[in-house]
Design a protein around this ligand. Structure first.
Ligand code: TRP
Length: 331
């Protein structure tokens, strides 16, 4: 049986290096061995951005440009926009009846995101139930594999609960899914404080110019006690080394740099210049491709349209099975 992947991102900002190491690189690889669907989750983005529709709207194209620029190939991957697949909304309505409010409130992913966004009882109902809509996304494509970070595991668990409950009541229609855990560790932000994220304003974006990239690398958190070049420095918690570990393929050189830095005599400036070169080698082809593609946004929207048409066909076939199973196929 062919393996099917469903994955995606909320379009609340352009994508950064954290996305690149955490998921984008993986998608470029996986598209050769899976039937892969990559969704721009604008509906999910609206669950906590109802009052900022322009933010969501404007970032759909940004995320699409990022996908194409890193090499997610529309010939191999179906790239689509969530809101165009109205079947997902109907599926969500059926699934909502299979989930309790208490279970949603206990979901650790929901809990921690609510905390992060400062929601309590005032949480938009749509936000609270987003794991249900995510179950609709996954099952509409009968995806048996969902690549996720650790933080999304409870959502996959809840998806499988919904699937089992649905199948036990209405008959075997839905396919259980499996999380494919990302093997890379989460990339921290420039300040070393937390994961790289749009809201913390600590990221390097795929769309950043060389000048911005340089500024950001130069502002990176290193070792606050490494004042003079001759001082011995700390490697642990030093973002320059964390990023070199993630991006410099010359591991021997990284090892030497670490030894030198620990001993003393290696300045932050020299080190940062090296990181800048390493990062620019990764980012410059992406940046060039992104600039090229952004001159033809209609072409990018064409890609999204044809991907969405394809996705809609698949989701619509599943929805027909679901309607038949529940018995809401009257005429
Ligand atoms: N929740 C994902 C995010 O945090 C986006 C998403 C929506 C998704 N539906 C999905 C991911 C289904 C995987 C499978 O951006």
């Amino acid at each position: 049986m062919s393996k099917i992947i469903l994955t995606g991102d909320r379009p609340t900002g352009a994508l950064h290096l954290g996305h690149f190491v955490g998921s984008l690189q993986n998608r470029v690889k996986l598209q050769h061995s899976y039937s892969q669907f990559v969704m721009i989750a604008d509906l999910q983005a609206l669950t906590d951005n109802a009052e900022n529709p322009d933010k969501v709207r404007n970032n759909v194209i940004e995320v699409a440009l990022d996908y194409l620029a890193v090499g997610i190939d529309p010939k191999l991957t179906t790239i689509f926009v969530q809101s165009k697949i109205t079947e997902l909304a109907e599926l969500t309505m059926y699934y909502l009846n299979l989930v309790t409010l208490a279970r949603l409130q206990r979901n650790p992913t929901v809990k921690s995101e609510m905390k992060q966004k400062g929601f309590s009882a005032d949480v938009p109902a749509g936000f609270l139930m987003y794991p249900v809509s995510q179950a609709a996304d996954i099952t509409a494509f009968k995806a048996d594999t969902v690549p996720v970070g650790e933080d999304q595991l409870p959502v996959i668990e809840q998806t499988n609960e919904i699937i089992r409950k649905f199948n036990s009541i209405y008959g075997n229609v839905l396919v259980e899914t499996n999380a494919l855990l990302s093997t890379t560790t989460r990339l921290p932000g420039l300040n070393g404080k937390a994961k790289m994220s749009k809201s913390l304003n600590n990221g390097i974006y795929l769309s950043d110019s060389v000048d911005i990239l340089k500024q950001k690398v130069m502002s990176m958190y290193t070792d606050p006690n490494h004042l003079k070049v001759s001082d011995p420095g700390q490697v642990k918690g030093n973002m320059v080394f964390t990023y070199l570990d993630a991006f410099d393929t010359n591991t021997n050189k990284v090892k030497e740099l670490k030894e030198h830095y620990t001993k003393g005599g290696l300045g932050d400036m020299v080190l940062k210049k090296h990181l800048l070169e390493v990062l620019d080698n990764v980012l410059s082809p992406i940046r060039t491709q992104r600039e090229y593609l952004s001159q033809n946004k209609e072409g990018v929207f064409e890609v999204l349209k044809s991907g969405s048409d394809k996705a809609k066909n698949v989701a619509s076939a599943t929805l027909n099975e679901v309607r038949r199973a529940i018995g809401v196929n009257y005429f």
